[in-house]
Design a binder for this molecule. Sequence first.
Ligand SMILES: CC(C)(COP(=O)(O)OP(=O)(O)OC[C@H]1O[C@@H](n2cnc3c(N)ncnc32)[C@H](O)[C@@H]1OP(=O)(O)O)[C@@H](O)C(=O)NCCC(=O)NCCSC(=O)C[C@](C)(O)C(=O)O
Ligand SMILES: [Mg+2]
Length: 367
Amino acid sequence: MSGSQSPKDFFRPLAVGAPTPLMDIPARPSRAIHFFDPSNPKMAAKIPDMVGTVDVLLGNLEDAVKADNKVAAREGLVKIAQDTANLGGQSAPTQLWTRINSLDSPWGLDDLTTLVPAIGDKLDVIMVPKVQGAEDIHYVDRLLAQLEAKAGLERPILVHAILETARGVANVEEICGASPRMQGLSLGPADLAADRRMKTTRVGGGHPGYLVRQDPPRENGVANLEATRATYQQDLWHYTIARMVDACAMHGIYPYYGPFGDISDVVACEDQFRNAFLLGCVGTWSLHPKQIAIANKVFSPSVEDVAHARRVAAAMGDGTGAVMLDGKMEDDASLKQCLVMVELAEQLAAIDPELKKAYDAIEVADV
Ligand SMILES: CC(C)(COP(=O)(O)OP(=O)(O)OC[C@H]1O[C@@H](n2cnc3c(N)ncnc32)[C@H](O)[C@@H]1OP(=O)(O)O)[C@@H](O)C(=O)NCCC(=O)NCCSC(=O)C[C@](C)(O)C(=O)O
Ligand SMILES: [Mg+2]
């Protein structure tokens, strides 16, 4: 909500006839947001078979789509949305998102004015790149309301902002609170690195030069600076992700990691995703089909964690007081953490039969 706005106006439609904004953003599973270029015939051909195997399919119109293909990508996305069953809309197993071109580009406006009338009923979330502050969200918010009203849509399209400028990061809280449409945030590590003038050349992930080194061993009180010392690579994105998580939690919306550009390094990709999962993110991006399985694995609580969480919940009874379990103290606050895990497991079990089987098996054997 912006400074001069009355609280009661925040949840009013911004155009006559537009759908009423949602009070709460639904927690729909979105472990992997899988990017595809709708102007690439090979990728487009794969989309119908991917429905049901990934939580979100995202038709990307921005960076990674050639300038000459911008219109073809937009039109390709319309066609895919119209022709593909079970993709997009409230009850579809796979959500349909798009990433529009940036608001200062020659294409952003036409992206919105084409997509909303044509496939607005199927589009669940619109990702807006390079968001700098609340003003960008306000612009999209009003425009979407006008387009929704004109198209007679019954459900508001949600908005997701990518943080990829220093100003965007500095304004992260106001971005999250700028509209009831705000669904979440993703990290845009490549543009953000460039904007910050970081000295990296990668799309997400770590850097071997960003490290801390073990202290030198001391002999008779003197540091041996010649000794071999272990180094520990640090996470370049810790600060930004942590800020995103707090801003999203404060506003009841959802944080996501983002892209991991080294498609061949599936191990480091899994590590980067897991850091984000542990810090509070609900999902990440997948740029290549092989990253979907990594995201689904990482962003689904492990069977061991769910088993432990259920044991704590059972041992805590009415949820107050303190108990000992396996030598550890559990209390109201550790129970709350466990309930986050249990709730997430329930949401995922409802849409993923394999996970349901794995989580159901715990109940019998381990609790
Ligand atoms: C990396 C690339 C070029 C490798 O593409 P490739 O064709 O060389 O890979 P491949 O391993 O040979 O592909 C095998 C098969 O899978 C297909 N395929 C491959 N990828 C996909 C896909 N995503 N969805 C569906 N199908 C896909 C591909 O067409 C091929 O089909 P085939 O067997 O029939 O020949 C390709 O995967 C790709 O273009 N991925 C999407 C890239 C993208 O969307 N980038 C933008 C997001 S990141 C970003 O913008 C940064 C950010 C946030 O803004 C900021 O940090 O600032
Ligand atoms: Mg970018």
